[in-house]
Every structure is written in structure tokens, then in C-alpha cells.
Design a protein around this ligand. Structure first.
Ligand SMILES: [Zn+2]
Length: 166
């Protein structure tokens, strides 16, 4: 490999004109490509910890654990609609709880053997972000006897009636 080209283009002064942050508000179609560094830019440190590092917010501290507003809960990382208020119920556990996802193909389940017990982790299928865990057979009076125990910080509520959001 010793060829020297005589046709090197002159050093063109390409100024990176848009090197500032660029925050997308909407869902990105290429979330599969997002790197950890890019997630860090898009998310707050708290969001990053839960969504991308499978952290857990402290109970009774999240935004939605006691919310009864009608609407759809989307993945806070990528905007995919994951849960609905119709399936939300009062579990009194300190986190938003749902007895079913909006659709089974919106989420994925991963066996989680951390913390010395077997749990089923729930992730957003679109972007792989951590939502929480799903528990079965706890005796709640719901149609499925499942409790999707989801971090508020993993979700964004879109109220059905925006005027009723507050
Ligand atoms: Zn997502």
C-alpha cells in the first residue's frame, strides 16, 4: 500500500456548522441505533439510570403511581405507546401498575435473576428500555392477576383530554 495520489482534494474548510445539541421531541425511527452516549444526551440522569441501566425509582416518588387520568402511557425514551389508563389499577405498591400492556407486541419480557430472586423484567420492545417488572398471582382483583409494576420515569402520560391533564 504505497500509492500516493496526486489528486488529493485540497483541505476544504468544512465547518461543522451545527455542532450544538439537537434534541428530538418526537419518536425517532432509528432507536435501535442509539448509543449510550446518545441516550445520555436525550435523557435526564434519572431517566437514563432507570431506562437504560434497569434502575428502579423509589416507591411513592414517581409522577404517576397515583394517577387516574385517562390516557395513554408511552415509553419516555422512544415514544412508543405501551400502556393505557384503562388497564391501570390501584395496587398501592408505590409504582404505576397495570394488569396488561396496551398490546403484547409492544413489550418484551426478560428473565431477571438479580436481587436473589427470579423476576420478569418488562422492556419496551421498540428501544429496549427498561420499564419495570411483571408479577403474577398476587391476588389483585383484576382480569389477568398480573401486575406490571412500571417506573413512572419510564413513561410519559398523554392525557386523552389535554384540558383535564392538570
Ligand atoms: Zn421505547
Amino acid at each position: 500500500m504505497g500509492g500516493v495520489s496526486d489528486h488529493q482534494s485540497p483541505q476544504s474548510p468544512d465547518q461543522p456548522a451545527t455542532a450544538t445539541d439537537h434534541h428530538d421531541d418526537g419518536p425517532s425511527p432509528q432507536v435501535g441505533q442509539v448509543t449510550d452516549d446518545q441516550w445520555r444526551e436525550r435523557l435526564t440522569p434519572e431517566e437514563f439510570h432507570v431506562l437504560r441501566q434497569a434502575g428502579t425509582e423509589r416507591p411513592y416518588t414517581g409522577e404517576y403511581w397515583d394517577t387516574h387520568t385517562e390516557g395513554v402511557y408511552s415509553c419516555r425514551a422512544c415514544g412508543t405507546e405501551l400502556f393505557r389508563s384503562q388497564q391501570k389499577f390501584d395496587s398501592h405498591c408505590g409504582w404505576p401498575s397495570f394488569f396488561a400492556p396496551l398490546a403484547e407486541d409492544r413489550v418484551e419480557y426478560i428473565r431477571d435473576m438479580s436481587m436473589g430472586m427470579e423476576r420478569i423484567e418488562v422492556r419496551c420492545r421498540s428501544c429496549g428500555s427498561h420499564m419495570g417488572h411483571v408479577f403474577q398471582g398476587e391476588g389483585y382483583d383484576t382480569p389477568t392477576d398480573l401486575r406490571y409494576c412500571i417506573n413512572s420515569i419510564s413513561l410519559t402520560l398523554q392525557p386523552a383530554d389535554p384540558a383535564a391533564g392538570a
